[in-house]
Design a protein around this ligand. Sequence first.
Ligand SMILES: NC(=O)c1ccc[n+]([C@@H]2O[C@H](COP(=O)([O-])OP(=O)(O)OC[C@H]3O[C@@H](n4cnc5c(N)ncnc54)[C@H](OP(=O)(O)O)[C@@H]3O)[C@@H](O)[C@H]2O)c1
Length: 301
Amino acid sequence: MARLRIAVTGKQGQVVTALIERAREHDVDILPVGRPELDLADPGSAHRALAAVAPDAIVNAAAYTAVDRAEQEPDLVLAVNGAGAGAVAAVAKRLAVPLVHLSTDYVFDGRKDRAYREEDEAAPLGAYGRSKRAGEVAVMEEAQNYAILRTAWVYSPFGANFLKTMLRIAKTRSEIAVVADQHGNPTCALDIADGVIGVVRNLMARPADLRLRGVFHMTASGETSWAGFAKAIFGASAALGGPAAAVKEISTAEYPTPARRPANSRLDCSKLLALHGLALPDWRAPIAQCVARVLSEPQPA
Ligand SMILES: NC(=O)c1ccc[n+]([C@@H]2O[C@H](COP(=O)([O-])OP(=O)(O)OC[C@H]3O[C@@H](n4cnc5c(N)ncnc54)[C@H](OP(=O)(O)O)[C@@H]3O)[C@@H](O)[C@H]2O)c1
């Protein structure tokens, strides 16, 4: 049987890189489609570029992800994450292939005192969250056989992320102040890749099962704060002889940023388990291996 050909938007993002790495294990072909051929700010490019690879399924993993910079460029972030996502969804429908679209915990305002469920009201706090919510709505309107997977606090050995930033800063500082009053689920992009491929396979295998469609939460199990995440990173790094700093717990108010962030980012992933039969590992599980990979990379001079 021919291998499944999954087109993924973006070329160097964390999730697309993780999908490329995990492709062999899942016996699928991952076809990255990104700039310059596909620019989400130019919806017309989506059809040309994605149709050209004739995929069996599409994953929209590309997004404008610079949360703070988005406050200065609200029109661009809305075009890329909102209309751009809608354009990718329209292509999936036209090609009659399933679509998995990635979204975020930042569609919520974080005021609930429990983990967010899919049906909870979206109330984004900033331009990035608003644009991602617009993308969800566009996908719901444009796509047919689709799943929107909301994930959170993504890290990996690739690209730019909190884990890599912590390891870099710890080389020159013995103590790092980290926010302790935002809570969420740090999620490794490699585990997201496994979950995405699982959902794609389900959508392809059971196209008439409408329960597989719609919005799902997909993060690592368990929860922590950014400070708790930093401590786990430094614990793993110290065990490997890498850089480690003491973590000073601070409040969000002591670390002002251009974009407001939800205090409670926790996502309840029980719907994904119940309907797709998928659950990602505990947030602590992938950290040591990820840290080891980052430490083994050639360091910039
Ligand atoms: N990072 C997180 O903590 C986080 C949390 C929750 C949800 N998410 C969501 O998860 C998904 C994957 O995130 P990630 O961490 O893999 O993102 P990332 O590492 O920041 O990568 C972003 C990707 O989007 C591509 N991209 C950006 N603007 C584009 C444009 N105008 N046209 C085409 N491609 C464009 C980039 O292209 P290049 O390859 O050219 O650089 C890159 O491949 C996104 O939907 C994001 O919103 C992320």
